[in-house]
Ligand binder design. Sequence first.
Ligand code: CA
Length: 508
Amino acid sequence: MTPVLIRMHERDNVAIVGNDGCLPAGTVLPGGPTLREKVPQAHKVALIDLPAGADVRRYGVNIGTAKAPIAAGSWVHERLLDMPAARSLDGLPMATLKAAPQPPLEGHSFMGYRNADGSVGTRNLLAISTTVQCVAGVLDVALQRIRSELLPKYPNVDGVVGIEHAYGCGVAIEAPGAEIPIRTLRHIAMNPNFGGEIMLVSLGCEKLQPDRLLPPGTIPLSTGVRLQDEQHVGLMSMIDHILATADSHLQRLNARRRESVPASELVVGVQCGGSDAFSGATANPAVGFCTDLLVRAGATVMFSENTEVRDGIAQLTTRAATPEVAEALIREMAWTDAYLARGGVDRSANTTPGNKAGGLSNIVEKAMGSIVKSGSAPIAGVLAPGEKLGNSKGLIYAATPASDFICGTLQLAAGMNLHVFTTGRGTPYGLEAVPVIKVATRSDLARRWHDLMDVNAGRIADGQASIEDVGWELFHLMLDVASGRRKTFAEQWKLHNALVLFNPAPVT
Ligand code: CA
């Protein structure tokens, strides 16, 4: 086996093992020292002798300082490193990078569903919103009947999605922060994949009343079903009412047809989960290359995950298109710092046992690999959690927690019509409302999870493909998936995670 080391930047004094499994002690590394101990795949090796207190550099930045001397050829893991403090949010460079604009990328299109509000769907779904968890059981019974009795009559409709959640009652609905879950639910109902057909099931006595969830006029009274209304006698009358209402929405959705639209109508949410040290070397750089292609094509790309960008805040404020965008980035990071501090933690609470087993020593190293998904375009705008994209195009920072389900839910509310998810450890993540393209960081994962991973970016580490190759592959796959010509594995197997609301306000 030829030993493979992956070094991210010329200033780095560590590199990661690229080979499957591990490299044994005594391995002579290419252009480097001899391994002093066995080092697992994706874990770091010291390229030179590092004295105590030395900066350990990966991605060209300090990811930690050595607690004790580390000899060249040693395994550099998290127990040997002290994590640097988070950079202050004062005195950051504001929109200082004046990058030359990239040439437009023209001539790419997909087949989508045009909506009355100008947005474009990649799927044709009926969504049934809810005000409160109390109605979920009744809605589930109705959903089963809609799927078995109604959907077969409407072949142009891809499915029906229940927007179920734990919010709506038993919550401090006037508290600061409560607007986040409320506007998230409101904006999910307006997602481009739901065709503007808003249907609502409510209970009657809940705190989140229909007119609080949806602005008056959004939804005709006739399309709401309220279970406590006196007209309902027995469960079957509720179910019949939901089915009759759904039927009228399905008739209209079924009449829609796909049409050719420019690639600029894509609204792509990118995120990662189950990350490893390969994430920042293979999958995320390929996604970043593809992000640049999409931005050049006039599309919208959202990146997110506050705790995974906090340590790169100076990179982001530098790349902000305007000082106002840089201010908005700082506002979201300050909000997140305060939110975490209220719970007695900081951004380092992000990392998981799997991240560490995958070679990521701490949140600084994880953040550097995560930010790469954003490519190199200027950051054109910032969304607070649960906000919806307006007319803004280009690269957008959608501020969200890094939790996969909460991030996906908030990107859905922002208006995403396609989702890209990178993973190194492996996760079967999927959402019912939007196609999720999953990208494996390692070939070993792509081989074992051959019917779950849509793209294998591990070929970059294997030397079989370049970052550009995988980036273009992903770009073309996105157009195929957006057009409905291809289904992702998560769609094929119907693997769907729950929507999870971000509620920073108290429950009562
Ligand atoms: Ca995530």
